[in-house]
Write a protein that binds this ligand. Structure first.
Ligand code: NAD
Ligand code: SER
Length: 318
């Protein structure tokens, strides 16, 4: 029986906070070390160990892995789609080099498992818009999407060539009330809740009918852990799994919020992120994840909206 010790890189981010807390429940607080370039997120404080770490510094990362006997790494550090378009070189450099550093160390130190998320951003304008399949035309147009698609093939390469058990899924836009999103095109679906509760109005940077694949954070965290806990012989995709829960537009989520906050007013002022959203599929076919390791989401738009409004600090019992 392997005694796992886990390093979460990018633990102060939108996913990192909740994933770290979930992993600590499963593996024990002391066995899950949170790390980030920025300071420890308040929600993590007191729940377990934290180290300040730059994933680009391979030597320091390697030293940590050896010193602390890590058996698994969850690599969440990245620059997301919208921020990536503002600084393409930095996005390419961080998104690629962080993954190569982790995969190299995983190979050298024979780590038990590695997790690295890809994104629906791998798909581009030539991919099918509805129920986009796992294998299809993939021609991403953002630097973020290009880095994620290249990363998927690095994962596959390290698995095939060196036997590294690296697992991945293409997250849709993630919606959460605990930690804030970090520069993605789907961030509007979090901002809208905060603004609806605090200002009763929100100006969305996407057009009303822009449908995108989305998922509530509890589903994303549970799915990530289910993928990582699945027996290796159940994992048929070694690039990155399509992973899906719901699909909605700004108009849909606005109408759902209005059921609880009737005075809420939604306006639109599309910016450069509209072109990014338009290049992505509206919905995703994740039947391979369903068949391989039993993936099934629990939250739809209605259930998620109620839960978000109930849990945000400015929220109310709805
Ligand atoms: P985020 O921006 O909220 O968090 C990323 C964290 O990485 C930040 O806390 C940041 O400080 C840290 N970081 C940046 N550079 C670092 C470095 N050099 N060393 C160490 N840490 C560094 O991002 P997130 O939304 O939590 O995303 C996590 C992963 O999931 C990313 O790979 C992202 O591409 C992927 N993903 C996220 C979404 C989403 O909707 N949030 C969707 C698809 C894929
Ligand atoms: N939520 C992410 C983004 O918008 C998708 O990878 O960048």
């Amino acid at each position: 029986m392997i005694k796992d010790k886990i390093l979460v890189i990018g633990a102060s981010g939108q996913i990192g906070v909740e994933l770290t807390l979930a992993l600590r429940k499963l593996y024990g607080n002391a066995n899950v070390v949170a790390s980030d370039l920025r300071e420890e997120n308040d929600l993590l404080k007191g729940s377990g160990p934290y180290v300040s770490l730059d994933v680009m510094n391979k030597e320091m990362l390697h030293v940590q892995v050896i010193r602390q006997n890590f058996t698994q790494i969850y690599l969440l550090a990245a620059i997301l789609s919208a921020t990536g378009e503002k600084n393409p070189n930095l996005a390419w450099s961080l998104n690629m080099q962080s993954l190569l550093n982790v995969l190299d160390i995983a190979r050298e130190e024979k780590l038990y498992k590695v997790y690295w998320p890809s994104s629906i951003a791998v798909f581009g304008p030539t991919s099918p818009k509805e129920n986009c399949p796992q294998q299809t035309i993939i021609e991403p147009t953002t630097v973020y999407g290009i880095s994620k698609y290249a990363g998927e093939f690095w994962c596959n390469y390290f698995h095939q060539r060196f036997g590294v058990d690296v697992r991945s899924m293409r997250y849709p836009g993630l919606i959460s009330y605990k930690s804030s999103p970090g520069g993605g095109t789907t961030d509007y679906a979090v901002e809208i809740f905060h603004e609806a509760l605090e200002e009763k109005k929100y100006t969305c940077f996407l057009k009303p009918e822009t449908y995108l694949p989305m998922m509530y954070m509890p589903d994303a965290i549970r799915g990530t852990i289910e993928l990582m806990e699945a027996p290796a012989d159940k994992i048929s995709i070694r690039t990155s799994y399509n992973f899906s829960a719901m699909s909605f537009s700004p108009a849909d989520i606005g109408n759902e919020i209005k059921k609880y906050i009737p005075e809420f007013s939604l306006m639109h002022n599309p910016d450069y992120r509209q072109a990014i959203a338009d290049s992505w599929p509206k919905s995703i076919d994740d039947s391979i994840a369903q068949n391989d390791w039993g993936w099934k989401p629990e939250y739809d738009l209605q259930r998620m909206t109620k839960d978000m409004l109930n849990n945000l600090p400015a929220g109310r019992q709805v």
